[in-house]
Design a protein around this ligand. Structure first.
Ligand code: SAM
Length: 714
């Protein structure tokens, strides 16, 4: 019997749970429980596993609930918030002893709440693992309630969320009806709930206790878990700036939570925390004396021109997501004149679960990487988006101001680090195979939108094909003017005999296309494998340590990618049927592929599996045209590993790409993305978005990433 999705997900969850338990055990930490905090300062790979486990557990629960119970639970979530509000308001946590327990009667006396009511409320909280009832019927702390007791900022976070935004939430639809489509900060649900015409932050600024509580809530969020400052510290190479004279401006930095953590993690960098005057002066008062020489506070309205000029980094955490595009553009425009060549804008944003809050409090939105890119472009054409890095809890959008003299092709010459630096070293890796008659560097440039859009989930690594060729192939025809051979050659091919790729190397054996597998085929496969391994080893040496999970290929590179996946599938099948263990092609257990304009047929990559009907031999150029849909409708040898197949509707080779999908791919295993383009890699955000969505669906299904598609649906 085939495993149901419930069983499959539960098994995947079990794998993640074992990894998490093993981490605790091998580090001498207590096993997880509701009594003690766990995963404090866990390394990034553990954080990734934890996030995957959470997503899987949610889905296991939702599937087990079924749609009716799922809906019912969602509809009743307000009860838990009302319960927490009671716990916050009557300050229950601080009256429960840190160690030991207390009777309901005593707790009722201390809090001034009737015992019957207190017992009811506490028991609801206990169902959510906040407090524990002992076997003697007394109350003691759970790990969660102990945090509320030990960390005053945690209670402030409750206060802010439950007394500012929770009441506003119920007014969201009213606000949307009253102010349809508004992006104004004073036409929000918050404005209706509090009957004010001031935007959220000005309302708080006018009431210092509310501003203080908000600042404390932000501090608390940064202290651990998903939003921990650690992710920002580890998510960017601060060491490169940590020299005397290095300056970071923390724009809208609140009470300086991030700057304080970064100052502690570096030795020389200085931080200027800017915020509205009340928040800035509260931050200055709270600043530890030991950091006064390196962290300072400044009242500054970020809509006005940035007064600190020439800083190395202008850092914005959770700022622009509070503002609709019109305002976000103005905030960024105010900093551009202060930037020197090479200044960085570093934005910590993109919180998939926070989109509702933005709608409720600010009439704003959590943006996707492509939305960010458009925003940066509209602010200042020179700003160069270097990509989004994704430590858990946020994305760091990294933007630089290149020197005025830099040309677009400088990007081509950049080291891999621009998109595959230390920050994404832990991410699962995709190996990218360029089209015939181009190079890895050109393909990286062609894929720049894909690289950016995949930055939160995957590290993309580009491989050079094994064979040299004289001229750019048809896969690069449109690029000849952009990448003249004299400057960007020599160009390369994966297959030596395809018409678009005239090999420079002498062929082994007879030049005539072979009908049966020969030595030249064995050597051709080894050359492909060597070329792939070379790029993979280079990336290992550059610090990449994520699992190799997928292949991305364009045109001839897509044909090779599909063929490598098919060979992987054959080796897996052989393992299952005979228990025989064969090495993985190029050393990785490839799980899925993104095939951009990939032509039928597939290429046999193993003598033992040849000849398969309709397949090419590696050195066989095939007289005549490749198959078109229907030619191999009965083909039994179909690719089953998941693929996303991307077809340009104006591509002259479309019918050959369609044949790959129709005749060489098992039904139901591929997602087809069609876009309005010719023989190119899609670059426009709208086209790239579909490829990314389809890939994330496949990858989520394979449990390679845990991010929700909806994040990309703006
Ligand atoms: C979501 S909080 C983020 C705080 C801080 N960056 C952090 O991550 O902890 C937004 C911050 O923007 C500040 N802010 C709002 N409007 C501002 C303005 N016009 N100029 C400067 N700061 C502002 C608020 O006071 C608040 O501290």
């Amino acid at each position: 019997m085939a495993a149901s999705s419930l069983t499959r997900l539960a098994e995947q969850l079990l794998e993640k749970a074992k990894v998490l338990d093993a981490y605790n055990q091998s580090n001498g930490l207590d096993p997880v429980s509701f009594e003690r905090e766990s995963f404090v300062n866990a390394p990034l790979d553990v954080e990734d596993t934890r996030k995957a486990a959470i997503d899987l557990a949610q889905d296991v629960k939702r599937l087990a609930q079924g749609p009716r119970d799922l809906l019912f639970e969602s509809l009743n979530m307000f009860n838990d918030l009302a319960n927490l509000h009671f716990i916050y308001h009557y300050e229950i946590p601080k009256h429960v002893p840190s160690n030991g327990d207390i009777s309901y009667t005593e707790l009722a006396d201390l809090t001034g709440v009737a015992e019957v009511l207190l017992r009811r409320m506490a028991r609801v909280a206990m169902m959510n693992r906040i407090f524990i009832e002992t076997s003697e019927g007394r109350v003691r702390h759970s790990a969660a309630s102990r945090i509320l007791n030990n960390e005053p900022d945690a209670m402030d976070a409750c206060g802010f969320l439950l007394e500012e935004l929770f009441p506003a939430a119920s007014k969201m639809v009213d606000a949307m009806k009253k102010y349809p489509g508004s992006g104004e900060p004073n036409e929000t649900a918050f404005n209706l709930a509090f009957n004010t015409s001031r935007p959220f932050y000005l309302e708080l600024e006018a009431a210092p206790e509310r501003a203080r509580r908000f600042g404390a809530a932000m501090r608390w969020m940064s202290r651990g878990g998903r939003f921990s400052n650690d992710h920002i510290i580890r998510g960017f190479d601060w060491a490169q700036l940590d020299h005397k004279g290095g300056v970071v401006v923390d724009v809208g930095g609140g009470h300086g939570a991030v700057s304080i953590a970064l100052a502690r993690a570096t030795s020389n960098l200085r931080f200027v925390v800017q915020d509205l005057p009340v928040s800035a002066s509260q931050g200055a008062e709270l600043l530890p004396a030991t950091l006064r020489d390196r962290v300072s506070f400044m009242g500054h309205d970020f809509f006005k021109e940035q007064p600190v000029r020439g800083a190395d980094v202008y850092f914005y955490r959770y700022i622009l997501h509070n503002w609709s595009d019109k305002y976000a553009e103005n905030i960024l425009k105010a900093v551009v004149p202060a930037m020197k060549d090479g200044s960085r804008l570093l934005l910590c944003e993109f919180l998939p679960n926070m989109d509702m809050i933005q709608a409720i409090g600010w009439n704003s939105v959590e943006r996707t990487p492509s939305h960010w890119e458009e925003l940066f472009k509209s602010v200042e054409g020179r700003l160069e988006f270097l990509g989004a890095r994704t430590p858990p809890g946020c994305s760091l959008m990294d933007v630089t101001m290149p020197p005025a003299s830099s040309s677009p092709d400088q990007c081509l010459r950049q080291p891999e680090g621009a998109v595959s630096g230390a920050a994404n070293a832990h991410l699962p890796r995709l190996l990218c195979l360029h089209g015939g008659g181009t190079t890895a560097a050109i393909f990286r440039r062609q894929c720049r939108s894909l690289v950016r859009s995949f930055a939160p989930q995957f590290r993309l690594v580009f491989a050079d094909a094994p064979y040299l060729t004289d001229a750019p192939g048809t896969d690069a025809a449109a690029l000849v003017t952009v990448y003249p051979p004299a400057r960007y050659g020599p160009f390369r091919c994966w297959l030596r005999r395809l018409p678009e790729c005239v090999a420079q190397e002498a062929l082994v054996g007879d030049d005539a296309p072979a009908a049966v597998w020969g030595e030249a085929d064995t050597e051709a496969v080894a050359a492909i494998e060597r070329a792939m391994r070379k790029a993979m080893t280079a990336d290992d040496e550059a610090g990449g340590r994520g699992e190799w999970v997928g292949l991305v290929g364009f045109s001839q590179g897509a044909k090779i990618a599909a063929s490598v996946l098919f060979e992987t599938q054959l080796r897996r099948d052989a393992r299952v049927s005979s228990g025989e263990t064969k090495h993985h092609f190029a050393g990785a257990d490839w799980r899925f592929g993104i095939l951009l304009a990939g032509r039928a047929p597939l290429v046999s990559l193993n003598e033992l599996n040849s000849p398969l009907e309709g397949f090419e031999l590696p050195t066989n150029s095939r007289a005549g045209l490749p198959p078109v849909p229907g030619d191999y409708a009965r083909n039994q040898h179909r690719l089953r590993l998941p693929t996303v197949q991307v077809h340009g509707l104006a591509d002259p080779g479309l019918r050959f790409h369609s044949a790959l999908y129709a005749d060489f791919t098992a039904p139901g295993t591929a997602e087809l993305v069609e876009w309005d383009g010719d023989h190119r890699v899609a670059i426009r955000p709208k086209d790239v978005q579909y490829i990314v969505q389809a890939t994330l669906r496949a990858a989520t299904h394979l449990s390679l990433v845990g991010i929700l598609d909806s994040v990309y649906e703006h």
